[in-house]
Ligand binder design. Structure first.
Ligand code: ADP
Length: 191
């Protein structure tokens, strides 16, 4: 099973990704989490990524693509994976297509969590209090939303045209959203 989860910052991707990955016994691979782990360990990758993350900008494609390629080459991803936070640009879509084609597999579905803008800001400011992420300040949140709208939202149409898009209402209790995701995935026709 090869899946993606998409949605604007604060849509609850990470939370849902964990449940979906467990359900299908595949690793949930979050590029944001990998970057943050590198930042906290002070690796060269972390030092490079931090400059962009703190400003709410995307890390350059070459850096991100290489990191994802290495990660999905790990043995635990051989049977599949759920990517959270990648691809985020049209160039990353093409890279991922190449990576998956190389292994003779295909992308099964792309889950998009749709949420209301006001709800998102509220969630992110709440998360800023509990998790203290460096990029959860109001100014950076706004920039992340802009970058998402410009660079990542168009990817939804790309996957819709391929017929693998699964849109799920991300508003409501965590459990409810998870159930909606599973229901939507089970009804996705095999192609
Ligand atoms: P969110 O979806 O809440 O904005 P993430 O944890 O997914 O947060 O990502 C945090 C930051 O990590 C992004 O703002 C960006 O700087 C960087 N990042 C994560 N994934 C990518 C990617 N695929 N391409 C470029 N930058 C990325």
């Amino acid at each position: 099973m090869r899946l993606l989860i998409m949605g604007p910052p604060g849509a609850g991707k990470g939370t849902q990704a964990a449940f979906i990955a467990e359900h299908f016994s595949i690793p949930a691979i979050s590029t944001g989490d990998i970057f943050r782990a590198n930042v906290s360990q002070g690796t060269p990758l972390g030092v490079e990524a931090k400059k962009y993350m703190d400003a709410g900008e995307y890390v350059p494609d070459e850096v991100t693509n290489r990191m994802v390629r290495d990660r999905i080459d790990e043995p635990d991803a051989e049977r599949g994976f759920l990517l959270d936070g990648y691809p985020r640009t049209v160039a990353q879509v093409e890279e991922l297509d190449g990576m998956i084609a190389f292994t003779g597999h295909r992308l099964d579905a792309v889950v998009v969590l749709t949420v209301d803008q006001d709800e998102i800001v509220q969630r992110l400011l709440q998360r800023a209090e509990t998790e203290g992420r460096a990029d959860d300040t109001e100014e950076v949140i706004r920039r992340r939303q802009e970058v998402y709208a410009e660079q990542t939202a168009p990817l939804i149409d790309v996957y819709r045209e391929r017929g693998i898009l699964v849109e799920v209402d991300g508003l409501g209790e965590v459990d409810e959203v998870t159930q909606r995701v599973f229901a939507a995935l089970d009804t996705t026709p095999e192609s």
